[in-house]
Design a protein around this ligand. Structure first.
Ligand code: ADP
Ligand code: MG
Length: 309
């Protein structure tokens, strides 16, 4: 197993009597994307804020590489982390390149190195030819990409991305995903918060599912899907609307108008039996489709609520 580059234990944060994060613990390993998935208000941004040192936790600790903490070495800690905040933070009237350099100066980078890195990160996010232009002339997607460049200029080992595709056009979104995959291949460790399960499924090696400020499950996607009673759903279109009596005794069936949704562990093994049982009850099947379970189903199973309202 790869080494943990970041370990958070028992993070907690309250604002007045509202507890934003009750108790969050997680580990981030070298070269992985850890997805932090949860609905709006779950406590993702507060958690990220505590990890990067912008928000002071009421309790809990974060340790990098087994020993570095904010208390033991604040500058060293911050140098290892790059943050792409949920809300874009740029100087709208300064050229893109100067924005990147301002971030680099926060880390006291030497001028030569800063110049080279600014070129590299602007090229990486596809903004080399707009380096002299002001963000105020950029699209939402371009601003996002510039914000990512700013977070990467000091070449951090750990990159925290807080909903980095919010307000982004599909083209920029794909460009951002390509960048993240490249960072991963370069051995960086990423924490990626999102309330989009499609993004989490595409990017995350492991996931921490968070709800109401608590971790409700964590693990690889396979481990999370294993929490479901069934891995797949059969969608069966039927003739007419059979009374529910006819469906009695069929396990895992939900009727939605003229469609039956049937949870099955293994389509190849179970579909035949389901169809035979329907035929026996005189239910005529007009169409058949299947879908694998999603992280949305996992969240529903764990919390009884949908990920998005
Ligand atoms: P998420 O990023 O998952 O949407 P947040 O961490 O932003 O969730 O928020 C978690 C909860 O904490 C929400 O109920 C939010 O309203 C509250 N919260 C977050 N930041 C503050 C703050 N600075 N002051 C008061 N309440 C806050
Ligand atoms: Mg947030």
């Amino acid at each position: 197993m790869k080494e943990d580059v970041l370990v958070a234990r028992g993070l907690r944060k309250a604002y007045g009597d509202r507890v934003a994060v009750h108790e969050v613990s997680l580990e981030l390993r070298a070269g992985e994307v850890l997805g932090l998935l949860g609905p709006n208000g779950a406590g993702k941004s507060t958690t990220v804020g505590m990890i990067c040192g912008l928000t002071v936790p009421d309790a809990g600790t974060v340790t990098l590489s087994g020993s570095v903490s904010l208390a033991s070495d604040q500058a060293g800690y911050k140098r290892r982390i790059g943050l792409v905040p949920q809300d874009i933070a740029l100087y709208e009237e300064l050229p893109a390149r100067m924005n990147v350099e301002l971030f680099g100066n926060l880390y006291g980078m030497a001028p030569e190195l800063l110049k080279r890195r600014a070129d590299e990160v602007l090229a990486m996010v596809g903004l080399s030819d707009r380096a002299k232009d002001k963000p105020s002339t950029f699209s939402g997607g371009m601003k996002r990409r510039l914000n990512i460049a700013c977070a990467l200029v000091h070449d951090p080992e750990i990159i925290l991305l807080d909903e980095p595709t919010a307000g982004v056009d599909p083209q920029s979104r794909n460009a951002i995903f390509d960048n993240l995959e490249m960072l991963k291949r370069a051995g960086k460790a990423l924490i990626y918060t999102t309330h989009y399960m499609e993004e989490a499924e595409r990017l995350a090696d492991r996931l921490v599912i968070i709800d109401h400020g608590r971790v409700v499950a964590s693990g690889t996607q396979a481990q999370l899907f294993a929490l479901l009673p069934a891995a797949q759903t059969l969608h069966i279109e039927i003739d007419g609307e059979p009374d529910d009596l006819a469906l009695q005794g069929l396990r895992g069936v939900t009727r939605v108008g003229q469609r039956l949704d049937v949870s099955v562990a293994d389509i190849g093994r179970d579909a035949g039996a389901v169809l035979a049982a329907l035929a026996q009850r005189g239910v005529r099947v007009r169409g058949l489709a299947s879908a694998r379970a999603t992280l949305e189903d996992v969240f529903l199973q764990l919390t009884g609520r949908a990920l998005r309202d």
